[in-house]
Design a protein around this ligand. Structure first.
Ligand SMILES: C[S@@+](CC[C@H](N)C(=O)[O-])C[C@H]1O[C@@H](n2cnc3c(N)ncnc32)[C@H](O)[C@@H]1O
Length: 270
């Protein structure tokens, strides 16, 4: 983590953050791939993955554009970008590059055929700034695909106090840091305000009886513990208790935990 922009990011970076993103990527792969299909064939095109993190979707995009295309992943977290670059090299993906960039400031790319942004707008004080930069980066008529959360739409079966408390604490921390953990429900308005045309939205919500969304819920709570303590939202004892109760609940085969409700809007530069 390098600049003030990342001080608002509520989720721990480093290896814990990277491991969480890898689990998240597995759970979301089917619905993200469906969303990417909306862009049509991408072979040979130039694509930007905004707030790319460890590059999980960047690599999916790289497979779609093929060696004659280009994918640029941009993020502020140097550590995650370092891992992403090493992974690109290991996979022999010379048409992928990762650039350090505050995504609310000027981007190191113009003339893009597609901008993709997953789980980044929720963390920004000014999500409109990212969308304005996307407008600048895109070619006329080109598409933006967004995925972001509305955590108030999450559920468990049966209802569980610890799982609910973790979600409430996530909401409190994100809001305290200037983010919007419910941003999903207003994304299509944000895209329209930024000038995107033909905006449409769909909603997806993976859930699991074993692993998957259950693991994401536990890992996310583990990754916000430091932030909760720093902001005085929960004590170390409360955090440890909630984490233990989430693990006990997740271990039961007769329970279900969902991801947040995920909105997937898309639109075009007019
Ligand atoms: C939840 S992760 C999502 C990563 C990736 N899009 C994915 O879905 O796997 C959010 C990412 O946004 C990055 N981020 C947060 N604020 C940022 C900013 N102002 N500029 C650039 N990146 C930022 C974080 O470093 C983190 O990698």
């Amino acid at each position: 983590m390098t600049t003030d922009a990342l001080k608002i990011y509520p989720i721990k970076g480093g290896e814990v953050g990277r491991a969480r993103l890898a689990v998240l990527a597995g759970v979301l792969a089917p619905t993200t791939e469906q969303h990417l299909d909306r862009a049509g064939p991408l072979a040979g095109l130039k694509v930007v993955d905004v707030g790319c993190g460890g590059g999980d979707v960047t690599f999916a995009l790289a497979r779609r554009v093929g060696p004659k295309g280009q994918v640029i992943g941009i993020d502020l977290d140097e550590e995650k970008l370092g891992w992403a670059r090493a992974e690109a090299q290991a996979q022999g993906l010379s048409h992928v590059r990762f650039e350090t960039c505050d995504v609310t400031q000027a981007w190191p790319v113009i003339g893009a055929d597609l901008v993709y942004a997953r789980f980044i707008l929720t963390h920004l004080r000014d999500p409109g700034a990212l969308l304005a930069r996307a407008m600048e980066a895109l070619k006329p008529g080109a598409m933006i695909l967004v995925e972001d959360i509305d955590i108030a739409g999450r559920f468990s079966y049966p209802e569980n106090a610890a799982v609910s408390a973790a979600a409430d604490l996530y909401i409190a921390l994100s809001q305290k840091r200037g983010g919007d953990p419910l941003i999903g429900r207003r994304l299509d308005f944000l895209l329209e305000e930024a000038g995107f045309r033909h905006v449409e939205t769909t909603v997806v919500q993976p859930f699991s009886r074993q692993g998957g969304a259950k693991d994401v819920a536990a890992l996310t709570f583990a990754a916000i513990g430091d932030g909760l303590k720093a902001e005085g939202l929960a004590s170390a004892e409360e955090i440890a208790r909630i984490a233990r109760e989430i693990d006990d609940f997740n271990d039961r085969p007769d329970t279900v935990v969902s991801m947040p409700r995920i909105f997937q809007p898309w639109g075009r530069k007019g």
